[in-house]
Each structure stands twice: as C-alpha cells, then as structure tokens.
Design a protein around this ligand. Structure first.
Ligand SMILES: *[C@@H]1O[C@H](CO)[C@@H](O)[C@H](O)[C@H]1NC(C)=O
Ligand SMILES: *[C@@H]1O[C@H](CO)[C@@H](O)[C@H](O)[C@H]1NC(C)=O
Ligand SMILES: *[C@@H]1O[C@H](CO)[C@@H](O)[C@H](O)[C@H]1NC(C)=O
Ligand SMILES: *[C@@H]1O[C@H](CO)[C@@H](O)[C@H](O)[C@H]1NC(C)=O
Ligand SMILES: *[C@@H]1O[C@H](CO)[C@@H](O)[C@H](O)[C@H]1NC(C)=O
Ligand SMILES: *[C@@H]1O[C@H](CO)[C@@H](O)[C@H](O)[C@H]1NC(C)=O
Length: 517
C-alpha cells in the first residue's frame, strides 16, 4: 500500500491510500484499460529524461524532486497522461516524484536498461548481474500504482548484423516477467524497437512468438517517418506500419515519435495516432521528447529550476487537445488478435536470432562452478575507469584467444543464432574467465606457471572438485527477490569451437561483488 506523503487531511480521515490513489491499468488483448473503471486507456505521452546527474554520472530524473516539481506544471498543461523514462536507478528516493505524477493522473513506463547496464549489441551477453539489476529495478518501482509497463530493451537490435542480440534481450524479458509474476504482480513487460525496414517484420514477430512466458506483453515502435505538415498517413509510411499490426494480440504503441526534419514541429501525426486509422490497432504513444538535448527534439529547454517552452510546445499541446479517440469498455471488448510464429533464422531472411533463448542466469550455479576451480582470476573486481577497463578487457580477451583456440570453451560462450548457450555463459566476467584459465591449468596438469597468465591468475584450493551438479542447482527462484526458474535448463555445452566468446569486458560490465577467493 502506498502512503500519501503530502495529504495530511486525507491521513487524518484515514483515507490516505484511497485519496492519493491512481487507478492501475491492465492489459486485455491488444488494449490497456483502467482496472477499476474498465475505460480504455490511450497513452498520450511524452518521453521524459531531463539529464539530471545525481552522483558520479548516475542519472535518474525520478529521484530529482526539484526537477519533478519544475516539470509537473508543464506536463499537466500539455495534457499528457503518461511519461516514458529511460534511465533510472534502483537506489534513491522516488516517492516524491512518483506521488506528484500519480496525483496528476500521469502513468509511467520505465526502461530497465541504462547505457551501462544493458545488453551490448556488438557482443551480446546476458548475465547474473544484469538480471539482478533488472530485478532490483522492478522491486523498487513495481510498488507504484502508476507504473504501467517496463521495457526490457530499446533498439537493442538496430541492423541486420546484430539481430542475434534479440535472443538475449528476449531472455531478459522472459526472466523479468517471471520475477514480476513471482511477486504476485501483473505489470506488463515490453520491448521498444527502432524502425529499420529490413528487419521490422522479423523483430515484431520475434518478440510476439514462442511460449507465453517468453512473449513481449506489449510492443513499442520508435517511429520518425512522418516529417512535416505536407506528409500524410499514406505518404509518411505510417499506413504500412499500422497495417502490419492488424489483429495483433498484445498492445502496440509508439514509444517515440516526432520527426524533426521540418521545424517547428506541428505534429500532424497526432490526429492520425488518435484517429480511426490507428486506434483500433495502436494504444497511442509518447512524443519524443520533453527536455531538449543536442539532437533538438525538446518541448522545453531546462536550466536549473527553470523550464522554457520551445517553439514545438504549443503545437504539441494543441494537437493533443484536439484528439478524441473512440474507445471500448473492457467488458464489451473481446480480443481477437493472434500470436505470430517466429521468423525463420537465416541470412536470406535477414534474421539471425534463434527462438531458443539463453537460460536464466543463476548465481547459485555460478558460485558452485567457481568453487570447483583451482585456478582463478587474482582480482575480484573489474576496474571502473575507462583506461584500466580497456587494459583489463584486452588481457581477458587475450586469455580467451589463447585458451579457446586450443580448448573447448563452449560452456562459457554463446551463439544466439544457433541457440546454443554454455551452461556457465551467464556467469559474470570474472567467473567465466576463471573457468577458462582453470580449463588450461587442468589441461596442463597444473604444471608450474600454467595458471599465471601474466600474473592474472592464481592457484587456489578448490572447495569442491566436482562441478557436474552445479547446473542442477539452478533454483535461485527459492528466494523471493530472485526470478523463478523458467525451465530453460542449464543450456547445452557447445562443441563448436567457433562460438563467439561472450565477452562483455570493455563494454557494459557490472562488477561482481560476491566472489570469494
Ligand atoms: C555491424 O556493422 C556495423 C557497421 O555497419 C559495425 O560497426 C558493427 O560492429 C557490426 N556489428 C557486429 C555485431 O558485427
Ligand atoms: C548475483 O549476485 C550479484 C552479487 O551479489 C548480485 O549483484 C546480483 O544481483 C545477483 N543476481 C541475481 C540474479 O540474483
Ligand atoms: C509488413 O510485413 C511484411 C511481411 O509480412 C514485410 O515484408 C514488410 O516489410 C512490412 N512492412 C512494414 C512497413 O513494416
Ligand atoms: C486515414 O486514412 C485515410 C485513408 O488512408 C486518409 O485519407 C486519412 O487522411 C487518414 N486520416 C488521418 C487523420 O490521417
Ligand atoms: C614454480 O615456479 C616458482 C617461481 O616461478 C618457483 O619459486 C617454484 O619453486 C616452482 N615450483 C616447482 C615445483 O617447480
Ligand atoms: C536447490 O537445488 C538443490 C539441488 O537440486 C537442492 O539441494 C536444494 O534443496 C534446492 N533449494 C531450494 C531452496 O529449493
């Protein structure tokens, strides 16, 4: 139950929770509804990411109460009912901002990834630390009734040569769904895609296909096709994008829109988004974006405690005020959408992500494996400053190159195209490189120097010599803050020596804190 922090009268009346409450939203079929009134909900949103740096480059506008107070009057004036926030953190105090938003009837869609905690499209890896981070974020934000969706990725795959990344993103989406379910909640988890004509259809079906527990609960498109007042529903290309979502089985919305090739932006597309051509299929969208950045899409500019309208502001406000989307009530709506089958994998289809997803990361498994090693990484931390991280990444890459060209490293590597994932491929960077060094050390029968790796490795007393049961212990779900085991099993060991080493060092690395030497 949420406690109203500002409403002392309500508290006095013993009505705190009710007085401050915002009705939760629910998904039925391809639409959102107000859970209490049954009224259909269209997202009339704006992407919201004032670039507030709290500490050490940590950004989280929902932990910046002064910023929320500065912006709330503008959000209300614009008439929006939702914001999408890209970068937040699981720590910090969000109560103030979330309450202000709830009081104004504004819902929040949250991205789970950040520029550092994410799946890197150039060497995709989904590990115990990333799942833990996503779970923490869900734990922190799911208590607010106005959070109506999480995004498990944003434009992760953005061209044909990184489509395999989508397998890892979809695995994270699956595990976040399981985590939410294990908490007895039903907040939907979706994906926000870029708009690349070569892979549009493949992406939208990939996130729709497969087992229900793997399927995206909603689908977002970042669409910038409609440029200027001369463009139309047809000429912009909107018509084709919309047509391809006919009879979709989950909600679809625009997670970003608003081309700025013609300025000021007058937002003619708003009439289409909330008009008859789209409301049957789309649930509205978020205009990009509230605060201007260098890319010049803002409705306001911000300086300290002051926000100033840009030329776009009144055009957007006026366009939004003019719409009146028709709606159905939850009880009279019978979903008729159909799930789609997965895109076929192959270069000829521009699609290289297997529908077999990576396994659910398990610390229990990784800690068990680590305890069986006799040769491990000397350090238990990964450097955070860029220079040291680069040196470190190069060292680790060198170890993989040396060892894995001679030894099968399949248990720590992945191949998202073949759908083959090593049973320890989700372990953190140091656990995986330790497994690699240990494999070499064992192959050399522990001869002197074979665990040295230029002083990177060190010999330790293994507390168990047998790791064969480690994967069976993949039941982290037993703890309430952990995700439930999705039965994806332990993955199979790849015998394909060409498997890509799932290295993320040098890109997005979250340091493992739980390694004991
Ligand atoms: C994909 O191609 C781009 C160049 O268009 C390149 O920068 C990128 O590294 C490639 N990614 C992968 C995973 O090969
Ligand atoms: C795994 O352990 C690390 C270190 O304690 C923690 O940060 C992370 O959240 C854990 N991951 C999961 C999925 O529990
Ligand atoms: C619509 O889907 C077809 C495949 O059914 C695809 O070839 C086409 O590119 C898609 N068009 C758009 C605009 O998404
Ligand atoms: C809806 O589609 C029709 C036919 O494609 C088009 O003529 C009309 O302008 C569209 N309406 C809006 C508001 O874009
Ligand atoms: C292994 O090498 C170290 C120095 O590199 C040396 O001190 C030690 O005596 C050697 N042990 C054996 C068994 O050769
Ligand atoms: C987790 O699995 C291991 C091995 O199968 C088992 O011994 C243990 O009891 C399980 N723990 C829980 C909490 O279910």
């Amino acid at each position: 139950m949420r406690i109203s922090f500002a409403s002392s009268t309500a508290i006095a009346l013993g009505l705190a929770a009710q007085a401050a409450a915002i009705d939760p939203l629910v998904v039925k079929g391809s639409k959102w509804f107000n859970k209490n009134t049954g009224k259909q909900f269209y997202v009339k949103g704006v992407d919201y990411q004032p670039d507030i740096i709290l500490t050490n480059a940590v950004r989280d506008p929902l932990a910046d109460l002064a910023g929320c107070k500065r912006d709330l009057p503008f959000l209300k004036d614009l008439g929006v009912n939702a914001i999408r926030v890209y970068q937040t953190e699981p720590f910090g105090d969000h109560d103030g901002c979330m309450q202000l938003l709830a009081d104004a009837g504004i819902y929040v869609m949250l991205d789970l990834s950040t520029p550092t905690e994410t799946i890197n499209r150039d060497s995709p890896l989904y590990d115990v630390n990333l799942l833990g981070y996503y779970q923490q974020k869900v734990d922190v934000f799911s208590k607010y009734d106005n959070v109506f969706g999480f995004l498990a990725g944003n434009e992760a795959t953005n061209q044909v040569n990184n489509t395999d990344t989508s397998a890892f993103v979809k695995a994270a989406l699956r595990d976040v769904k399981a985590h939410i379910k294990s908490k007895g909640l039903s907040i939907p988890v979706g994906y926000a895609t870029n708009d690349d004509a070569d892979i549009r259809w493949q992406l939208q079906t990939y996130f729709d296909c497969g087992k229900a527990e793997e399927q995206a609960d909603f689908y977002g498109i970042n669409l910038y096709e409609w440029c200027g007042a001369e463009a139309t529903f047809e000429s912009s290309g909107y018509v084709d994008v919309v047509k391809n979502f006919t009879n979709w089985d989950v909600p679809v919305l625009l997670t970003e829109y608003g081309c700025n090739l013609v300025t000021p932006r007058t937002f003619p597309e708003v009439a289409a988004i909330y008009g008859k051509n789209m409301t049957n299929i789309f649930s509205g969208g978020f205009v990009y974006e509230y605060v201007a950045e260098d890319n010049n899409y803002g409705l306001v500019t911000v300086s300290g405690t002051k926000a100033t309208k840009t030329a776009d502001y009144d055009y957007f406000k006026k366009a939004l005020a003019a719409v009146n989307p028709s709606s159905v009530s939850m009880s009279s709506y019978t979903p008729s959408g159909k799930q789609h089958s997965c895109p076929s994998v192959g270069a000829s289809n521009n699609w290289l992500a297997s529908s077999t997803l990576p396994p659910t990361p398990s610390n229990t498994t990784c800690e068990c494996m680590f305890k069986s090693l006799k040769c491990v990484s000397k350090t238990d931390t990964i450097p955070t400053n860029a220079g040291d991280l680069k040196t470190f990444g190069a060292k680790v890459a060198g170890i993989y190159d040396t060892v894995c060209s001679k030894t099968d490293c399949g248990v720590v590597t992945t191949d998202g195209t073949k759908g083959v994932y090593g049973k320890y491929s989700f372990c953190d960077d140091l656990q995986r490189v330790s497994w690699v060094m240990n494999a070499w050390y064992e192959e050399q029968r522990g001869i002197n120097g074979s665990c040295d790796f230029n002083s990177f490795g060190t010999v330790v007393e293994a507390s168990s010599s047998d790791d064969s049961k480690c994967s069976d212990q993949n039941n982290d779900s037993s703890s309430s803050s952990k995700s439930s085991d999705s039965k994806s099993g332990s993955g199979s060991s790849s015998s394909d020596a060409s498997s890509k080493a799932a290295l993320s060092v040098g890109a997005a690395v979250i340091v493992a804190a739980a390694m004991i030497f």
